[in-house]
Write a protein that binds this ligand. Sequence first.
Ligand SMILES: Cc1ncc(COP(=O)(O)O)c(C=O)c1O
Length: 459
Amino acid sequence: MALTESVPTAPSPGHEGILRRQAQRESAARTYARSLPIVPVRARGLTIEGADGRRYLDCLSGAGTLALGHNHPVVLEAVRAVLDSGAPLHVLDLATPVKDAFVTELFASLPAGLAENARIQFCGPAGTDAVEAALTLVRTATGRDGLMAFSGAYHGMTTGALAASGGARHTAVTRLPYPYDYRCPFGTGGARGAELAARWTESLLDDPKSGVPDPAGLIVEPVQGEGGVIPAPDAWLRRMREITAARSIPLIVDEVQTGVGRTGAFWAVEHSGIVPDVLVLSKAIGGSLPLAVIVYREELDTWPPGAHAGTFRGNQLAMAAGRATLAHVREAGLDRHAAALGARMLARLQALAAVHPCIGDVRGRGLMLGVELVDPEAEAGPAGDLPADPGLAAAVQRACLDRGLIVELGGRHQSVVRLLPPLTLTDEQAEAILDRLADALEGVREAPPGSGRGATGTP
Ligand SMILES: Cc1ncc(COP(=O)(O)O)c(C=O)c1O
């Protein structure tokens, strides 16, 4: 399958009918399917082939799940080996050789300091369930109930995870400011903004009349993904570690999206060198199949048997695919590759920002990149930030799809174009992605007002 081609081949008659039936039968809550009306039928690496006969470069990668892209040979081989071996596919949380090998590979990858005395809990197969497990774990271990979390965070859609996320309403979670250079809550940005954010956390914890009781834990993403691709400064994360350690507050780091090389280190916490008390892991650790775990310091392991149960915690195919993925990222040094290639892509995005006033900010770490689209005609905020332009972002996403490029939108106002390509991305593929994005931006800019802003025929 050619990797960078988007010329229509023979369209399948199923394409329109499948999309029509989906719209008729599936829930109003469906998400990606609304903005990406494609019908994937085959996929390999970066490329998806649709039932419309077109090929698309997939920069969504299952929302960051596909570290090795679609159907990587090492993943397929690992899955086939389990299928051919006659091993049971469902075993609740019983021990198996497949699970044993997965845990050994995962523990070998952990940051020093956590690896020595780590425990693992297999969770229901979604990141959100692992977040719930982390909350139960620290609540049991500390005997406390409250939680600290950040504005703009995303931790999942179940009750506890949702409560910890930025969109939560009426919860007992204390919301802290996350350093966001472009839209700094303190109007300063930079190291000063991050320092003020850390001081606010400290003051809430130390002021006996702050109205915030000591929490059971503090949960943080090293890069806010859904929140708009906002990397936490390393020095600030180290301050968060110091602040929580000094007050015996377990630090939960949610690496559901940043893990397995995505940010240019195997685990994103390695950039700052902090050792979390709890790591929440999902997405890439299952090698494209559903898997979620928490890994934590054994001192926290005070919860009773069954404290976090679930039928589907023993997915053998996911463990085999996950072990193969972790090993391949390690052996091929794909974390370092992501760091180097991501830096080159960021530089090219910065060059694009210089000629497109509608790009307010570009940022990211490794192969987790974001382009924040703004209204350049509007009045700037105190720190020079311009209002988000979600309409423009949606038009750019459509224009990208027209050019055979799948991108996702994120951020507070759905105005950040997100690039999450597989870590196996080549220089040539990266160029093709950025060419299409640049062309889409150009197309949207040139399109006359009211014309659909450069979209050419995508429903
Ligand atoms: C940082 C983070 N935590 C948790 C989740 C929830 O994972 P899931 O969608 O598998 O429940 C996500 C999903 O995008 C995420 O990005």
